[in-house]
Write a protein that binds this ligand. Sequence first.
Ligand SMILES: [Zn+2]
Length: 253
Amino acid sequence: MEQERTNRNCPLWGTETCARLNMRACRDCPAEGKDARECGYIRDDVDTLFSLLPEGGIASLFADEACSLCKGEEKGKRESYGLFDMGHADPRARKKKLSLFRNKTYGFVVPLQFGCCRACRRRFQLLSWTPMLVTILILGAALLIVAQEPVAQSLRNVWRGLPLLVMLLAAGLSFLASKVLTRTLRARFNERTYMDLRDHPLVQRMVSLDWESVVEGKYPQPVFTRKRLSYGVGTAVPAAAEEKSEEDGKISD
Ligand SMILES: [Zn+2]
């Protein structure tokens, strides 16, 4: 990981705050060009943010080689990341916005990066495609049937609007079927994978510390990516863990 934190004149250079900010380069850093007093505010901000995180931090989600979304003892091998932002209302409600990692609605936002195995990611993808697949299948089948002239003719013989009614019924059916199938699949997948991230132990610990999902909806979805965010607050692997994985020769980015 090439880093360009070269500004040794910065009051924060080489400090724990610098490591926690984890910027790619000094020019990206909110402390760039700030005097000692302003840097003090930034340090306080970072300290506050980290004091609000669960004990042990959030790096284990992405630093472990094992999937963090698998349930049970046997875990798949991490091959991608599910990104999921969580926000915390600013406990001090300071008016002045100081830095990049502050946010309008939330005082703080941190990205959770769930290391994810192939099987878990497939389950999320399949579930998100289910409504569309079911709709295409059912509506497509209904259309194929109704579009056949003998069928359409016999339907029209009963009532002129019947072919259209059949299509409307098929649309209703596909809506219901996709609901039922989604629910069934979710329940089945949920035995193996944390399909609802709010059930994840770390998310639950964060919720108990007044963090909440920034993503809205009944089942807030992670965004999957092959490469994780390596820079920014909450993306650093603590030094102790990093040494350990370096020993193993397994640093992946
Ligand atoms: Zn998994």
